[in-house]
Ligand binder design. Sequence first.
Ligand SMILES: CC(C)(COP(=O)(O)OP(=O)(O)OC[C@H]1O[C@@H](n2cnc3c(N)ncnc32)[C@H](O)[C@@H]1OP(=O)(O)O)[C@@H](O)C(=O)NCCC(=O)NCCS
Length: 139
Amino acid sequence: MDSPELEISTDPSRLDVEMIHAFLATSYWAAGRSREMIDRSIANSIAFGGYVAGRQVAFGRVVTDRAVFGHLADIFVIPEFRGRGISKRLVATMLEHPDVACLPGIQLRTRDAHGLYARFGFARVPNPGELMARYRQMV
Ligand SMILES: CC(C)(COP(=O)(O)OP(=O)(O)OC[C@H]1O[C@@H](n2cnc3c(N)ncnc32)[C@H](O)[C@@H]1OP(=O)(O)O)[C@@H](O)C(=O)NCCC(=O)NCCS
C-alpha cells in the first residue's frame, strides 16, 4: 500500500521528539542515546519528519557541512506504517534537498537495509581499508 497522504517536512518545530527518543531507545544503533543528545543532534542536522494525518510516523536526518560531505542517520518508520513506501519517499526527499543533492560524498551505516539504499546509488565502501572510525560507545 502506498501512502499518498504522507507529508515530509524539515520544520524542526513539528518534530515529535518524545516519539523519536522513544523509538531510538529501542533501536540497535542508538539505544541509550539521551534526550539531550537527540535534541542537539536535531539542532545540528537537517532533520526530516514524515507525517500522516498530522502524526509523525517517520524520521531521518542528514549531518552535513552543506558543501562536501554528508551522513544519513537515524532513519526509521514506526512499525505500523512500514511496508507502504514511506522510507523510500523519505530517503528520496532527503537526497533531493538542495543542501544534500549538491554533495559529492554521502555515507551511512546500516546493519540490514542495504537494499533500501542501493536503489538510490549507495554501495558498499569501495576501499574499506581507507575508512577509519572511533566509537567510544554505540549510541
Ligand atoms: C528500514 C525501514 C526504514 C524501512 O521502512 P519502510 O517504510 O517500511 O520501507 P518501504 O516500504 O519504503 O520499502 C523499503 C524498500 O527497501 C527494501 N529493504 C531493504 N532492506 C530493508 C530492511 N532492512 N527493512 C525494510 N525494507 C528493506 C524493501 O524490500 C523495500 O523494497 P521494495 O519496495 O522493492 O520491496 C523500516 O523497516 C524501519 O524503520 N526499520 C527499523 C529501523 C531501521 O532499521 N532503520 C534503518 C537504519 S539504517
